[in-house]
Design a protein around this ligand. Structure first.
Ligand SMILES: [Fe+2]
Ligand SMILES: [Fe+2]
Length: 261
């Protein structure tokens, strides 16, 4: 760990806990704790596994942890819809909104537009690692099987060019992962299997409308997709997170991301 940059980026709460140590030994312990937490964040755990205490407490609220409603986040309705999640948790969600807009401009089927709209929704709010699999699982009870299948497979297909449709390996990945990065064997296997599947092109179209750079000045609103969502997303009447589905806990984790337990 670069100690100088670590120390210069400490939060106010961490600085206060180190400074508040009564003895030099207490201060050293507090610093060690802070470094251990930082290492966990960087190396060991997806970020959603590391809840944050209240680094900037809200005046008058002395709870050390915001169990359930977190006053730093917009309050969710009792029965949240997909659009509520877009507005109150995923926003600004530019990547998926612009990808769905591009799919619409390209005249693609509504199911593909919805797949583009949902393909990365877990990345900013829940988990990045293996995100295609997580996103597919989150939405599976509410969409056609083809949509969740395609979203799962885009995880692998992003790494493999398809000259027949003009899909190239993303240049951004060379910058991100290095020129010698090779997809892991499970991704190669998923790609080999997907290539033979009748829904291959649905997954491939997600990767072809997957925008890596935003168009300047373009603002896309999730309300532009209200009709498509109504036609192709089975919104549970109890609200996402409260319908007793096998994935309800994933949606609840985004409603209350800082729950202690
Ligand atoms: Fe993705
Ligand atoms: Fe994407």
């Amino acid at each position: 760990m670069d100690r100088r940059s670590f120390i210069s980026n400490l939060s106010a709460a961490t600085v206060a806990s180190i400074a508040g140590g009564a003895t030099l030994s207490d201060k050293a312990d507090a610093l060690e704790d802070a470094m251990s937490i930082e290492l966990d964040k960087r190396i060991a755990t997806p970020w959603f596994c590391s809840i944050e205490p209240t680094p900037e407490p809200v005046a008058g609220d002395t709870r050390p942890w915001y169990q359930h409603d977190d006053p730093r986040l917009p309050e969710m309705p009792a029965a949240p819809t997909l659009i509520d999640f877009f507005k109150l948790r995923f926003a600004p969600a530019n990547h998926v909104l612009q990808s769905a807009r591009l799919a619409k401009i390209n005249g693609l089927d509504e199911k593909i537009v919805l797949a583009c709209l949902l393909h990365d929704i877990c990345v900013g709010n829940f988990i990045r690692t293996d995100h295609g699999y997580w996103c597919a699982q989150m939405i599976k009870p509410y969409v056609d099987e083809e949509i969740s299948w395609a979203i799962e497979k885009h995880q692998a297909l992003r790494f493999f060019p398809d000259e027949s449709v003009g899909y190239e390996y993303p240049k951004a990945y060379i910058d991100f992962f290095g020129a010698d990065y090779k997809p892991e064997p499970y991704l190669v296997q998923a790609w080999e299997e997907a290539k033979k599947h009748r829904w291959y092109m649905t997954a491939r179209l997600i990767t072809m409308n997957d925008l890596y750079s935003f168009e300047d000045g373009v603002v896309v609103d999730v309300d532009d997709f209200t009709d498509i969502i109504a036609r192709h997303f089975r919104q549970p009447k109890e609200g996402l997170g409260f319908d007793g589905s096998p994935v309800a806990h994933m949606w609840r984790s985004m409603i209350w991301p800082n729950n202690f337990l």
